[in-house]
Design a protein around this ligand. Structure first.
Ligand SMILES: NC(=O)C1=CN([C@@H]2O[C@H](COP(=O)(O)OP(=O)(O)OC[C@H]3O[C@@H](n4cnc5c(N)ncnc54)[C@H](OP(=O)(O)O)[C@@H]3O)[C@@H](O)[C@H]2O)C=CC1
Ligand SMILES: O=CCS(=O)(=O)O
Length: 254
């Protein structure tokens, strides 16, 4: 009997990553689920393991050696990763750049840029070996392209993800490996709780009285992009809730 295809998802303990795990499981994919919170990984595993093969690995994507170890130690049925969902990421703080905490900036850069690069580079040989039909789905953000006050390093880190995705496509030409940059706008996950360091009021205020994107909405788009016919590549997929649009430029007057 043939093995199910394997999806490797970073940040599968919450939000988009967890919803992606559920979406791929629904379609019968085997899952490699990673994140820092072990108990959350176990919870997701428990929820999905009666449907599909699941391998969990506690992993901080910032740690290159740990990423290499997790990939090297993948059990046989999980080795041939066909889809990588680079989802792990965060923002920290929402105040102006001049008030930002430099350690927070470093964490955002290390996670959203270095972490994503670590996982991508170390899985590229596998993805290339799988070849036609393989896919890298990178979660960037509307903040990659649309500036707003307080986005500073977060938005810039997502611009990196966007351009890295395009540049990967250039280098992967001829390998069959697709690359898609998925750029969601405002979505209700643990993102704001993390960004605002546990401030539940900030979470409730942002998502109250509107209809934000839900994790399942993003998972559906990720799954769609990852399972297109093998000759097709969505380069960038930007997604907003209907309640969100642009505010225009601002002017500082005397
Ligand atoms: N919510 C939103 O409005 C939007 C979010 N995004 C992006 O989507 C992605 C997912 O965020 P979202 O689901 O919203 O937020 P959540 O906070 O719900 O999920 C973030 C996930 O990233 C993981 N993570 C964070 N840091 C690390 C790390 N160093 N190593 C490994 N895993 C890590 C967390 O797992 P753990 O803590 O267990 O390690 C968690 O599973 C992020 O890249 C975010 O920037 C993009 C556009 C909009
Ligand atoms: O990436 C997250 C969306 S936003 O908070 O930057 O608008």
């Amino acid at each position: 009997m043939s093995q199910p295809p394997v999806a490797f998802i970073t940040g599968a303990t919450s939000g988009f990553g967890r919803a992606c795990a559920e979406r791929f499981a629904e379609a019968g994919w085997a899952l490699v689920l990673t994140g820092r919170r072990r108990e959350r990984l176990e919870e997701v595993e428990q929820h999905l393991a009666d449907k599909v093969p699941v391998h969990i690995a506690t992993l901080d994507v910032r740690e290159r050696d740990a990423v290499a170890q997790v990939i090297d130690a993948l059990p046989e049925p999980f080795k041939a990763v066909k889809v990588l969902v680079n989802n792990a990421g965060l923002a920290l703080g929402a105040g102006p750049a001049q008030e930002a905490n430099l350690d927070d900036w470093q964490t955002v850069i290390d996670t959203n840029i270095t972490g994503l690069v670590n996982v991508t580079r170390l899985l590229l040989p596998t993805l290339i070996e799988v070849g036609r039909g393989a896919a890298i789905i990178n979660i960037s953000s509307t903040a990659a392209l649309w500036p707003y006050p307080g986005s500073h390093v977060y938005g810039a880190s997502k611009s990196f993800v966007n351009q890295f995705s395009y540049n990967l496509r250039c280098d992967l030409k001829g390998t069959g490996v697709r690359v898609t940059d998925v750029a969601p706008g405002m979505a209700e996950t643990e993102f704001t709780l993390v960004r605002m360091k546990g401030d539940q009021n900030a979470h409730d205020k942002l998502y109250g009285g509107v209809e934000p994107i839900q994790p399942e909405d993003v998972a559906e788009q990720v799954f769609h992009a990852a399972t297109l016919p093998a000759h097709l590549n969505i380069n960038r997929l930007e997604l907003m809730p209907v309640c969100q649009s642009w505010g225009g430029l601002t002017i500082d007057r005397d």
